[in-house]
Design a protein around this ligand. Structure first.
Ligand code: NAD
Ligand code: IPM
Ligand code: MN
Length: 357
């Protein structure tokens, strides 16, 4: 029996809906395995701005630091998306959380459940067996460099910046992971153009000398975007910068069938944060349509990575697999062959997952 304290941070939009299912899964696991999990909840994003004026209130950050792990939902609201001049924005809360908690490594596994082969718009024979682990650097790059306006506000800039140290620590994590998998690492950059990418490549080349058992391939990000769709099976572990990783993993979500299937783990020096890669999805908010599997699979990553509970984590992944095998779907992963009566909403498919834990 283990005693753990988990902070639930649902955030905005469908973040609220899917995180509720993720939390129920953790509760069911605790009951099944006799663990003592305690929970607290905190605000981030638009809901935090509404309540306190701050997208990441000090109280939330303190609670995060004091917990054993965080299950996070999403942030974002159309009010800000459509108002580029807004000074206080939900996404600032997410970025500050990543920086303050030192969450420099964002692991985004792209795992295709066989039952979803036909849910993707990519041909099944191209997809079958695809299994990629992305390491997206999360606290550097153009996201955190200097930004501003000049020329009386008529010119805007965002500086992309990396230090050797930042590249080395994410690179090392990716090499270590490649060692436990197919020993193949693709490092993605734009070293033919960007100075920060040239430093990135230098550091990965240096690390490669320490990992002679891992085959390293260097790709330019534009080629990677193409190869992910052409031949996803050629990838094992991928390591890349913050912005490239953001874009490539949304693209890669189509290998797994939907954004609603993609979980992630943000780790660093302290508390780990586990979150779907998708956003607050205003187009479906409040309709009970969101696929909660990304949150459920994020809970599985939390159990495995932060708590070392491999068996518990596998029970969760297996429950998702079984629900898919039984034919249950949410709208985003349904296709022309899906029996309409098997298309369920967020809570109903959550209940089916819980039954199998
Ligand atoms: P999004 O990920 O919210 O949605 C993209 C599309 O995917 C939408 O059509 C949506 O309905 C669908 N989708 C996403 N998750 C789904 C799920 N679980 N089940 C079914 N369908 C799902 O991206 P967006 O529309 O570009 O952004 C909306 C807001 O979310 C913005 O404010 C953005 O800043 C924010 N955002 C936040 C995060 C985060 O908190 N980590 C990530 C991405 C976007
Ligand atoms: C993500 C999101 C965030 C990012 C935004 C909302 C700041 O797209 O978590 O992937 O770009 O990192
Ligand atoms: Mn993103």
């Amino acid at each position: 029996m283990a005693k753990k304290h988990i902070l639930i941070v649902p955030g905005d939009g469908i973040g609220q809906e899917v995180t509720e299912v993720g939390k129920k899964v953790l509760e069911k696991i605790a009951a099944k395995f006799g663990h003592d999990f305690t929970y607290d909840e905190a605000l981030i994003g638009h809901v935090a701005i509404e309540a306190t004026g701050d997208p990441l209130p000090a109280e939330t950050l303190e609670k995060m630091k004091a917990s054993d792990a965080v299950l996070f939902g999403a942030v974002g609201h159309p009010k800000y998306d459509n108002d580029p001049s807004a000074k206080v924005r939900p996404e600032q809360g997410l970025l500050k959380m990543r920086k303050e908690l030192g969450l420099y490594a964002n692991l985004r596994p792209i795992k295709l459940f066989d039952e979803l082969l036909s849910a993707s718009s990519i041909k099944p024979e191209i997809l079958k067996g695809a299994d990629i682990l992305f390491f997206r650097e999360l606290t550097g790059d153009i996201y955190f460099g200097e930004k501003g306006r000049k020329n009386n506000g008529d010119t805007a800039y965002d500086v992309a910046e990396y230090s050797r140290y930042e590249v080395e620590r994410i690179g090392r994590k990716a090499f270590e992971a490649a060692r436990t998998r197919k020993k193949h690492l693709v490092s993605v950059d734009k070293a033919n153009v960007l100075e920060s990418s040239r430093l990135w490549r230098e550091e990965i080349q240096k690390l490669a000398l320490e990992y002679p058992d891992v085959t390293v391939e260097y790709q330019f990000v534009d080629a990677t975007a193409m190869l992910l769709i052409k031949d996803p099976k050629r990838f094992d572990v991928v390591v890349t910068a913050n912005l490239f990783g953001d874009i490539l993993t949304d693209e890669a979500s189509q290998i797994a069938g939907s954004m609603g299937m993609l979980a992630s783990a943000s780790i660093g020096d302290g508390t780990g944060v586990y979150e779907p890669i998708h956003g607050s999805a205003h187009d479906i908010t409040g309709k009970g349509l969101a696929n909660p599997m990304a949150s459920v699979l994020s809970a599985a990553l939390l159990l495995d990575i932060s708590f070392g509970m491999k068996a518990e984590s596998e029970v969760v992944i297996n429950a998702v697999d079984q629900v898919l095998k039984k034919g249950f779907r949410t709208g985003d992963i349904a296709d022309a062959t899906t029996d309409k009566s098997m298309i369920l909403g967020t809570d109903a498919i959550g209940e089916e997952i819980l039954k199998l834990i």
